[in-house]
Design a protein around this ligand. Sequence first.
Ligand SMILES: [Zn+2]
Length: 84
Amino acid sequence: MRDKDLYARILGIKSPWQVSGVELALSEGEVTVHVEQEEGVQHWCPTCGEVSPGYDSRKRKWRHLDTCQYKTILVADVPRVKCK
Ligand SMILES: [Zn+2]
């Protein structure tokens, strides 16, 4: 099993999101998991639930629960949508 698949399983990352990369910083005791949306995915407004066009995205980071004692950081470009 590849590291991306492993982390997708451990962290419960499911379609339309996927793990695009895993970086292990052994000396810092830290693993960074990059998550991205699959191509051609539609975006929904989080307020009203309507399918809405995306207009940009922002890189966000979250601390996840540790995996195997490694501080685990999720990084993703979170899409922003334009809703009427
Ligand atoms: Zn809306």
